[in-house]
Design a protein around this ligand. Structure first.
Ligand code: HEC
Length: 244
């Protein structure tokens, strides 16, 4: 019985993984939440490029400042523009009803997005906008076809086309082949990767602010267990010495 339950749970996990694999291939974000410089830059980009539409309502400014090692003065000067107070959460000024009218779908809160979708997903999502003149936003996205989100970073990345081939064997389905840059942006491809990595890193951090401490604690716990193992082993030898 127990084995059946375990097998069932495992199969659910596998099915989930298979489902996540479907569609576009995800690129690894390779972000590192221990990199405080990256988190600080990510916070700045987030406030400048995302907070206009998205909130991060579980994030309190002053908690973030503490984790990101910035002073309250730096916080107020660099990350808070609309008269919030440091103990406020990262809300945005857009009313959900307006957002729905403007975009068709309200921009989701991003507090837990990295946990829900994964860092690699967001990294790939922000790389996968392409020009689509028939769409209201002028762009579409490979990982979220028909998305209501405009390409807010287009000035940095530039404009790219998506190349598709038609798969005759599968009823003429469109198969994504790759991107082709048609207009370069303010940043090189590598600089753009870094900006997106910083944003994803920040979203990863806000998804689980305790992660940094948790990982450090984990290392200490394992260290303790190793030391204890040694002591236990020596003790065992000592006790069994006379029995043999
Ligand atoms: C102009 C408004 C606007 C801005 C600015 C904006 N977004 Fe969005 N975003 C949206 C909307 C609208 C959706 C809902 C899209 C949908 O469901 O099709 C969305 C959805 C998303 C999603 C969810 C995708 C999914 O799979 O459901 C992520 C992740 C995201 N945005 C990240 C960002 C990040 C990161 C930034 C800043 C770099 C940003 N957004 C800036 C409007 C915006």
């Amino acid at each position: 019985m127990r084995i059946a339950v375990i097998a069932f749970v495992l199969s659910l996990g596998l099915a989930g993984a298979a489902f996540a694999q479907e569609g576009a291939k995800l690129e690894p974000a390779n972000n590192n939440i221990a990199n405080v410089g990256s988190l600080q830059r990510g916070a700045k980009y987030f406030v400048n490029y995302c907070l206009g539409c998205h909130s991060a309502k579980y994030v309190r400014y002053n908690r973030m400042a503490q984790d990101l090692q910035i002073t309250e003065k730096q916080l107020v000067e660099n990350l808070m523009f609309t008269g919030e107070r440091p103990f406020d959460t990262m809300a945005n000024a857009m009313r959900p009803a307006d957002a729905t009218r403007w975009f068709g779908r309200p921009p989701p809160d991003l507090s837990l997005m990295a946990r829900a979708r994964g860092a690699d997903y967001i990294y790939t999502f922000l790389h996968s906008f392409y020009a689509a003149p028939n769409r209201p936003t002028g762009v579409d996205n490979i990982v979220l076809p028909g998305t209501a989100m405009p390409h807010v970073l287009w000035k940095l990345q530039g404009v790219q086309h998506a190349k598709f081939t038609t798969d005759a064997e599968h009823g003429g389905a469109q198969v994504f082949e790759g991107f082709e840059s048609v207009r370069s942006g303010d940043l090189s491809a590598e600089e753009y990767d870094n900006v997106v990595r910083d944003i994803v890193n920040f979203l990863d951090y806000i998804g689980e602010p305790i992660k940094m401490q948790r990982q450090q604690l984990g290392i200490r716990v394992i260290g303790f267990l190793l030391v204890f193992l040694l002591i236990a082993y020596m003790l065992k030898r000592e006790i069994w010495k006379d029995v043999h």
